[in-house]
Design a protein around this ligand. Structure first.
Ligand code: PGA
Length: 258
């Protein structure tokens, strides 16, 4: 059985030590008795170290929101996967649509980052998703397939198996407009079909695929109960410990049903 994974992507929020301390103290205590759900929080780089310290011995793992594709060098303003790893972080988000759209990250660049993250033993969470006009023009699957072909290029079976995929329709991110469970499930199923063709059936079945885009405590359960949805990547609703905890509880309920 694939485990459920809930990520809290803080984006460029809560990055001061004080904000991080207040938030994580509450979240650590709220999630103390959570079982069977993998919880990963992604704070800004400035508080990764502190976040690791604050979550020691808790149910919460800490990951990074981005990384560079080299381990060191003349890359002003960039963060090496080695630095992330040295803090004890296990996860890194790659190819978030905000990185793609605002910072012009291409599938090829994300592919380089992905290979380096895997080499470094980090678990990458690779985001893919279509824009609103692409969905409206019936191009969703075409876009998803293109992104997967280019982002995962050259990955062998053992590598893709260590990767988590996050399907995040861009029109649903931060907009309050969630994909319906049916819309999300259709794409998740398509992603597994692609993996089955590129690799094999066992790979398609084993890989965890999160949904992301305006998840909140009200819609989380219905999304997570879809057969091919293995939890979520949460932005806005992860900024408040209680709403994030409600979403984690929805995932726990799904686990208990299975
Ligand atoms: P949102 O963000 O939950 O605020 O829509 C999700 C994401 O960008 O991962």
């Amino acid at each position: 059985m694939r485990g459920l994974i809930i990520g809290g992507n803080w984006k460029m929020n809560l990055g001061t030590p004080e904000e991080t301390r207040v938030h994580l103290k509450e979240l650590v205590s709220l999630t103390r008795s959570v079982n069977n759900v993998e919880i990963v929080v992604f704070p800004p780089f400035t508080t990764l170290y502190l976040a690791k310290e604050l979550t020691k011995g808790s149910n919460i793992k800490i990951g990074a929101q981005n990384m560079h594709f080299e381990l060191s060098g003349a890359y002003t303003g960039e963060i090496s996967p080695k630095f992330i790893k040295s803090l004890g972080c296990e996860h890194v988000i790659l190819g978030h649509s905000e990185r793609r759209d605002i910072f012009h990250e291409s599938d090829e660049l994300i592919n380089r980052k992905l290979k380096k993250a895997l080499q470094m033993g980090l678990t990458p969470i690779v985001c893919i998703g279509e824009h609103l006009d692409e969905r409206e023009n019936g191009k969703t699957k075409e876009i998803i397939q293109y992104q997967m072909e280019h982002t995962f290029r050259g990955l062998i079976k053992e590598e893709i198996l260590k990767t988590v995929i996050a399907y995040e329709p861009i029109w649903a991110i931060g907009t309050g407009k969630t994909a319906t469970p049916e819309q999300a499930e259709e794409v998740h199923e398509f992603i597994r079909e692609f993996l089955s063709q590129e690799y094999d059936e066992s790979v398609a079945r084993a890989i965890r695929i999160q949904y992301g885009g305006s998840i909140n405590p009200t819609n989380a359960f219905d999304l997570f109960k879809e057969k091919n949805i293995d939890g979520g990547l949460v932005g806005g609703a992860s900024l408040k410990p209680d709403s994030f905890h409600e979403i984690i509880k929805a995932a726990e309920r799904i686990h208990d049903l299975e």
